[in-house]
Ligand binder design. Structure first.
Ligand SMILES: [Zn+2]
Length: 264
């Protein structure tokens, strides 16, 4: 992932949301303001970009089991997850976006977060105006050769700075703009610990563990028709009911990794 980008100052409030802190705090804990959490991780740098979302064509990955449904989790030696029930707070900023699109970014990220929250996957997302309490910040990432956006997995340490969900220039093309909400849903899937639908193919350098069965229409795939699937929710909910430390095994049983819970 790129190094931390510049922090841009004034936070953006989603349109229609109350902007004063007191009212915002009052919103938390209500059914309509769901949130989730994230954590810390190993420091071993590995040259992979599993959370980059390839854009442009949203190329279709060949699936050998096209009618099966699943989610993929885990990376390297563990299955990282935010502690079940966590509220994952994020902050986005008005300045720093091409074409002054800070409000659009704020509105769209909250819409994507609400899409997940309304399905109760096991954690909740919540916007905040306070950077110090944000698990991650939404920042313009500049030019990227192939991706529209990138995120992180729960085991990425927050440290003194929020983690970053980077939005690249390709998001601001006509096709990128038209799919922004869908793209943000996908990135938030990574934040909850999900790997790509095609994680166990030659297109990804590190294996993942399958929970359930495959579904090429998963929001974590690259199909143009992808959306949050009932199976995404079903297996994500199941994943978040498992106990911290539960060992998950790969399909062929060649590797097994424990679930590790992290705080946002
Ligand atoms: Zn992705």
């Amino acid at each position: 992932m790129d190094g931390n980008k510049t922090f841009f100052g004034a936070a953006a409030v989603p349109a229609g949301e109350l902007s004063d802190t007191a009212s915002h705090n009052a919103l938390e804990g209500t059914d309509g303001a769901e949130c989730a959490t994230t954590g810390i991780g190993e420091a071993t740098p590995v040259p992979i970009t599993p959370t980059d979302e390839t854009t442009a064509e949203y190329k279709c990955e060949t699936q050998s089991e096209g009618d099966r449904k699943a989610i993929h989790v885990g990376l390297r030696d563990q299955v990282s997850r935010f502690k079940p029930g966590s509220v994952i707070k994020y902050i986005s900023y008005h300045p720093g976006w091409p074409g002054g699109q800070g409000q659009l970014i704020s509105d769209t990220m909250w819409a994507a977060a609400t899409d997940w929250n309304s399905r109760n996957p096991g954690v909740k997302f919540q916007w905040t105006l306070v950077r110090a309490e944000a698990a991650f910040e939404v920042v313009y990432g500049g030019t990227h050769a192939t991706a529209v956006a990138s995120a992180f997995f729960p085991n990425e340490p927050r440290g003194a700075q929020p983690r970053q969900l980077l939005v690249y220039d390709k998001t601001f093309t006509p096709s990128g703009l038209s799919r922004m909400r869908n793209s943000f849903q996908h990135e938030l899937g990574h934040v909850m610990g999900l790997r790509h639908e095609h994680a166990n193919t030659s297109s990804e350098p590190t294996p993942a563990i399958l929970i359930g069965v495959k579904n090429p229409l998963s929001i974590m795939g690259y199909l143009f028709q992808r959306s949050i699937q009932a199976t995404d929710i079903e297996w994500l909910k199941y994943f978040y009911t498992l106990a911290n430390g539960t060992v998950l095994r790969s399909e062929n049983n060649t590797y097994s990794w424990p679930i590790r819970d992290y705080n946002p």
